[in-house]
Design a protein around this ligand. Structure first.
Ligand SMILES: Nc1ncnc2c1ncn2[C@@H]1O[C@H](COP(=O)(O)OP(=O)(O)OP(=O)(O)O)[C@@H](O)[C@H]1O
Length: 271
């Protein structure tokens, strides 16, 4: 843990160089007889320490954008820079962790060994792996479950293990693709609170995909609203709600104003 996030509002106007820069990015999927424009002319700058949500209807290119940033997909055109590096260089230098929609844990490894996996892959000194993995499990409140196997945990706990795993090598940037989509409302709200605590304590930059307007408003410093066919960025909404967010945040009059602004942008993109 290095820095602390101290946002009172999104800092899109900051003059520091962006941590992530997306320039005119287009992604066209071509098959024999079809062409899908998953993303068209996307532009986005993200400053260190921001919490950015991507929201939009199914098929608008949210996952595609995340996969392009994570070097899992090469865009048809446009430029990406992460910490001044190409996505490939950023991946090689472990600039980010990735949390998928499903926890994607290894059933045959204990919780502790799942969190240790990326440390093994990147040859993190053997004598420090255990300590580091335990620190991450403490961070997500699962220190008592290190010996358990994934099937012995609830869906929410499994997702917390995958967050611990993504944070194990201390990347400055975290990509999260609808990590809480499959969970019940209360578990999701609890994990939202935990994620914000983590974000504050670690100073990480988060890019988070969601379908939920309230989740996006609650978590984010800025919300990127996308539209489908072709996938485009329709607008970017600054979430100027006070930090730290709490249960009262959801009752704040501004919360409803921002949610309405996002809803209107989504409707506009649907029309
Ligand atoms: N590998 C691929 N080959 C062909 N088409 C693809 C591929 N990956 C994505 N697409 C198409 O690109 C579009 C954007 O997909 P993407 O998964 O990025 O959307 P999304 O906004 O994340 O959707 P959801 O909210 O349902 O997860 C969709 O129309 C999808 O069918």
């Amino acid at each position: 843990m290095t820095a602390q996030n101290n946002f009172t509002q999104g800092n899109s106007s900051s003059s520091s160089p962006p941590l992530v820069s997306v320039r005119d990015v287009t992604m066209i999927f071509r098959t024999q007889d079809t062409e899908t424009i998953a993303l068209q002319g996307a532009n986005l700058d993200i400053q260190p320490g921001e919490f950015i949500s991507l929201i939009g209807p199914s098929g608008c290119g949210k996952t595609t954008l995340l996969r392009i940033l994570a070097d899992l997909q090469t865009p048809t055109s446009g430029d990406i820079s992460i910490k001044g590096m190409t996505p490939t260089k950023a991946r090689e230098s472990r600039a980010y962790g990735y949390v998928f929609q499903a926890p994607a844990l290894m059933d045959w490894r204990s919780v502790l060994k799942n969190v240790m996996l990326p440390l093994e892959v990147m040859n993190f000194p053997k004598e420090n792996r255990l300590e580091k993995a335990r620190e991450m499990l403490r961070l997500v409140g699962l220190e008592k479950f290190e010996k358990n196997f994934p099937f012995q945990l609830s869906g929410g706990m499994q997702q917390r293990v995958s967050i611990a795993r993504a944070l194990a090598f201390d990347p400055p940037l975290l990509f999260m693709d609808e990590p809480f989509g499959a969970l019940d409302e209360i578990t999701r709200e609890n994990l939202n609170m935990e994620l914000l605590r983590l974000w504050r304590e670690t100073g990480k930059t988060v890019i988070f995909v969601t379908h939920s307007i309230s989740e996006a408003v609650f978590l984010s410093t800025r919300v990127v609203v996308m539209t489908a066919r072709p996938g485009k960025i329709e607008g970017i909404v600054n979430v100027d709600l006070p930090q730290p967010r709490s249960v009262e945040t959801r009752e704040h009059p501004r919360f409803f104003e921002i949610a309405t602004e996002i809803r209107e942008l989504l409707r506009k993109g649907h029309a």
